[in-house]
Design a protein around this ligand. Sequence first.
Ligand SMILES: C[S@@+](CC[C@H](N)C(=O)[O-])C[C@H]1O[C@@H](n2cnc3c(N)ncnc32)[C@H](O)[C@@H]1O
Length: 215
Amino acid sequence: MRRRRLLILISCVTVVGFGALLAYSGERKKMSSQAREQFIKDFQRSPLNTTIGDAMMLRILVEGTGAKRGIEVGSANGFGAINMGIAFERTGGHLYTLEISPKMVKDCRANLQKVALDKTVTCIEGDALKTLPKLEGEFDFVFIDAVKRDYLKYFKLIEPKLKPGAVIVGDNVIRSARAMKDFLDYLQKSPNYDTVIIRASMEKNDGLSISYKIK
Ligand SMILES: C[S@@+](CC[C@H](N)C(=O)[O-])C[C@H]1O[C@@H](n2cnc3c(N)ncnc32)[C@H](O)[C@@H]1O
């Protein structure tokens, strides 16, 4: 009799506990999404960070293509990574963001944690020219935003891992066009890619290159 009562008690506690956990996780998700948008609004952007318009363009590209595995070259403190991270969370994907400066890596990780995106976005410390070859698997989204004259070097390290249908975005392609001429020529002349240069924002009077790896 005592054993039966104990079993009933354990079952009740389990059901109540599970219900509370479900309610908590639902509430947390809802609150997080509002808090995230506020966090982005209040973000103290530096001149290094991508513009709000470009960040939204990146988010839409990830969501629109349903990208599942992304790479960002040059995280800074994570403004672009947070925006893309929101989209990768929605697609059930993952973003790897690569950063050479230990201080930036620390800030990027802290910011990702503040918006609960640290499970969706991994910040990898080190020179992308050395960390890119270590990334395993295939990728379907790339955002290049580090040293302008090295864009083609980063891209050449990523290219063998690109899935057909992948999207490749380069930042600052108007104002730094000369420094990255080899990168832009490569993508614009290759029969394997469709490429366009767009201005999603007038904030820096600059633009993005968007390339599609033809299937
Ligand atoms: C323009 S910022 C990136 C801004 C960021 N993408 C955003 O959306 O806010 C460029 C970053 O690239 C980093 N960087 C420069 N050379 C690098 C390299 N070889 N590997 C990885 N990161 C690098 C810099 O430290 C800097 O934080």
